[in-house]
Design a protein. Structure first.
Length: 85
């Protein structure tokens, strides 16, 4: 784990790919924590701002826990693409 800042260039690139190939506007948000409860809380609080959440680069088993809890607590689509392809 190199931290949130180290992932910034890759996440910015993925936003460009969303726009280029799917015409979906997206922004990257890197959270400087590995604590599942902190991630869940931060994403949940930002929920009203977004139409969907694409989780990235969260290791197992935390990724499954985070995704499941967010799906239960939010009314927008949530997925972790490393787990779903």
């Amino acid at each position: 784990n190199l931290g949130a800042l180290a992932s910034k260039p890759v996440m910015e690139g993925k936003s460009v790919l969303f726009k280029r190939f799917a015409d979906v506007n997206s922004i990257d948000i890197e959270l400087d924590t590995e604590d599942p409860d902190e991630i869940i809380n931060a994403v949940r609080l930002m929920g009203p701002t977004f139409g969907g959440i694409n989780l990235e680069d969260i290791k197992a088993p935390e990724c499954f826990i985070i995704e499941q809890r967010l799906k239960e607590e939010m009314d927008i689509p949530v997925f972790h693409d490393d787990q779903h392809g």
